[in-house]
Design a protein around this ligand. Structure first.
Ligand code: CO
Length: 382
């Protein structure tokens, strides 16, 4: 089923319209971007399940100016997210629809797009779009574990939210996908843990530890001059977020842990090892994502193997966490049992529970707008 990605609205003067939407919908513009080839400046507002794209003509001969001349301000197009833009283009072309370009084009907001002529779609201009990974270039902070990569979005004057990815994941593959939904309301900062993404490679002499990962995150907060932040963590990142709240309570406001698991047993270790085996079979891709995948895979296996022995200590640590925590999980997570969320919820003195419909553990396959909405509601922003 396709998702309504955004509604395009043609406007004469975007600043007036932005003020109206701020009043009516409490929705703020999180990005303005000129698309010269189409003669427009676009302004994006985030809503819970979709976005609004305000279109302002920047040249007399732009299609949006012609639209405004013909029928004035109003709804201009509906945009649907398709999983594979080239396949969608070929299929619809074949089926007799008329794309308005010879191939998919680069659009605003990190997308590839094409439009269908409205004559065959009952008068509605339809855009098909497909997101490109949305990740700015990393910056680095030097630490005793080597350079740690981080990424930042949004206004540094807003409350800071740190995003922590899962084991064998990275900002690029996981947490950056949430950033577009959070950036309008928060100063969003994401970290690549040691061995992961654009941070220093893992080495045999420095084992991966929860302390080390929490240090990665604190080093990035230091580099940005942030005393404290809300922390969102996915899977292992959720455990690290809680570990930070336990070890560095003065640096952590609220915590959201999604897909986390503290009660490690032999069966969960096996399931995780199986995922690492599958990643090993994709070594070239994993090397491209992490630098030295063999070193990271080996270090993660050592890290995961000791988790069942640490389960009791982990549970005791959770009992010391005084910050408000949102424990969130997909109801049909294909890696960890749903019980994992209840166990964590029960171990924390001050937590709320959010079970979201979803079949996948992987954050990139989880429906992100509802998760982002939960995060924003819990952090009391937006
Ligand atoms: Co559009």
């Amino acid at each position: 089923m396709l998702r309504l990605e955004h509604v395009g609205i043609a406007v004469h003067d975007a600043s007036a319209v932005r003020a109206t939407y701020a009043d009516v919908l409490k929705a703020l513009t999180y990005k303005s971007e000129a698309v010269d080839e189409q003669g427009v400046t676009t302004h994006f507002l985030a809503l819970q399940n979709t976005k609004i794209e305000l279109l302002e003509a920047i040249s007399e001969d732009s299609p949006v100016q012609r639209f405004l001349d013909r029928q004035g301000e109003g709804v201009h197009h509906l945009a649907f997210e398709v999983p594979d833009i080239d396949a969608a283009f070929a299929r619809l072309h074949e089926a007799g629809f008329t794309p308005l370009s010879d191939e998919p084009l680069d659009g605003a907001d990190q997308k590839r797009i094409f439009f269908l002529h409205p004559k065959a779609t009952h008068g509605v201009l339809i855009e098909c779009c497909s997101s490109q990974p949305h990740c700015p270039a990393p910056k680095h902070v030097d630490t005793e574990h080597g350079p740690v990569a981080y990424y930042a979005w949004g206004d540094p004057e807003r409350p800071s939210l740190l995003l922590l990815h899962g084991a064998a994941g990275s900002t690029y593959t996981e947490t950056s996908l949430l950033a577009p939904y959070l950036e309008p309301y928060l100063h969003v900062v994401a970290v690549d843990f040691t061995g992961h993404g654009a941070s220093a490679n893992a080495t045999p002499d420095t084992p991966l530890t929860a302390d080390g990962f929490a240090d990665n995150a604190c080093s990035v907060l230091d580099a940005l001059g942030c005393d404290r932040a809300h922390v969102f963590g996915f899977s292992m990142g959720g455990n690290i977020a809680l570990h930070m709240a336990h070890r560095h309570p003065d640096r952590v406001d609220r915590v959201v842990s999604h897909g986390g698991h503290i009660d490690w047993k032999a069966a969960t270790v096996d399931a995780m090892m199986h995922r690492l085996d599958r990643a090993d079979a994709n070594g070239t891709r994993m090397d491209a994502l992490h630098g030295d995948w063999a070193a990271l895979s080996s270090a993660l296996r050592t890290f995961v193997e000791q988790l069942p022995g640490a389960a009791l200590r982990l549970r005791r640590q959770m009992q010391t966490v005084q910050q408000p925590v949102l424990v969130s999980m997909a109801d049909a997570d294909d890696l960890f049992p749903l019980q994992a969320a209840l166990t964590l919820h029960n171990a924390l003195p001050n937590s709320r529970l959010a079970i979201l419909p979803g079949r996948h553990h992987a954050l990139q396959k989880h429906p992100l707008p509802p998760l982002a909405h939960q995060i924003r509601a819990f952090l009391q922003v937006g």
